[in-house]
Design a protein around this ligand. Sequence first.
Ligand code: SF4
Length: 349
Amino acid sequence: MSETDTLRDNRDRGGPAQPLVLAQNLTKHFPIRSGLLNRQTATVHAVDGVSFAVHKGETLGIVGESGCGKSTTARLLIGLIELDDGTIVFDGDALGSAISLRDMRKSVQMVFQDSYASLNPRLTIEETIAFGPKVQGLADPLGRARDLLGKVGLDPNRFAHRYPHELSGGQRQRVNIARALAMSPRLVILDEAVSALDKSVEAQVLNLLCDLKDEFGLTYVFISHDLNVVRFISDRVLVMYLGEVVEVGPVEAIYGKQAHPYTASLFSAMPSMDPDNRTMEPPLSGDPPNPVNPPSGCRFHTRCRFAEDVCSGAKPALATFGNHPDHLAACHMHDPASGHSLAGAEASA
Ligand code: SF4
């Protein structure tokens, strides 16, 4: 058994059925300050009561328009920004009581979109990857770095002593992935990690991520605005709108039939190579409302063509949609308790 396998087994205390991450009611508001006295004049509702689970070995895709809170959610998960409210349970251990942020961070790594800004220009590639293991006192950090360079498809004899500016964008992102793996993480958060790459390089890095996931038994949270890429790599998808979860479910269920009108509009703009694959759904119009003053009730009601009076008055809860018990959507028209029906609204639209 390899060192990685041993570490994984020792830490997988709750068994495969226990979610690796259970995020409950995550909330983050950013104050806006102005004036000479720097007084708080407004609040940005970046993430509001977001709850979800990340199961062991899965890839959870998070999608939504810019500013919907997906990157803030990722930063809350890894502790880069502090929670205002909510709890994070990591493999059964509540963050802050049963497990410290410092200990959890050893098991959670993040890869960012900007591959160049993520690397220290003064360190060689080998030193960059070895830095984390060295600080943590792990054995043979330079050997580990060279080994991981090989795993991400970069010949250690050619690349170990190069500097970040000597690499292409795709090679730098491979280095960032190797650096994340150097800490033997259990969860890797990929925040738009392939968005800045050319399509051919993007495909190579996506395949690499799939291979590494199998080899190291990793769990991914994959954040992207590219719905085709999310479909390729994800097992489940979580859709966010203006700081809230509006739909979540297995990738085949959501890509088969979107329950929430926002998801349907988002997916209608997805490019397709199939000329027969036409959507009747009108694309989203207008910009999302200002997160400083989000709409009441369902936050999507200002842009939703099915909105009724109930939508602005009460916040819809996540309710099961369709045949899959794990496919949930937050829309009054899918909540039997509301007495409304999206089918009826569609017929009259
Ligand atoms: Fe549209 Fe109302 Fe459903 Fe919100 S709750 S998505 S406004 S129909």
